[in-house]
Design a protein around this ligand. Structure first.
Ligand SMILES: [Zn+2]
Length: 91
């Protein structure tokens, strides 16, 4: 298991390990979800995000947790995704 250990150690040195980016375009703060937590709250803007765990220690933002209607939330989320895709293509 020496390989696993070195991988974990190299990941520990990166700042984003175990963190996700707030998907609020006007915030982009860093969120550190509790291990295994299904959602996490941004400490900066207070937005709540649904968390998907790729594997232990590797959270991903799955989508927004909004109190508004699901349809509105999905439309907003689609817009954010489109924006991110556009940025990727520009680079
Ligand atoms: Zn935020």
């Amino acid at each position: 298991m020496s390989e696993d250990r070195s991988t974990a150690e190299s990941l520990r040195s990166t700042r984003t390990y175990g963190q996700v980016r707030c998907m609020n375009p006007s915030c982009m703060g860093r969120i550190t979800p509790d291990p295994g937590a299904p959602k996490a709250k941004c400490p900066r803007c207070g937005s709540e995000w649904r968390i998907f765990w790729v594997k232990p220690g590797f959270p991903r933002v799955k989508g927004p947790v909004w109190e508004t209607s699901q349809k509105l939330a999905q439309e907003k989320w689609a817009a954010i995704q489109a924006q991110a895709q556009q940025k990727k293509e520009e680079n």
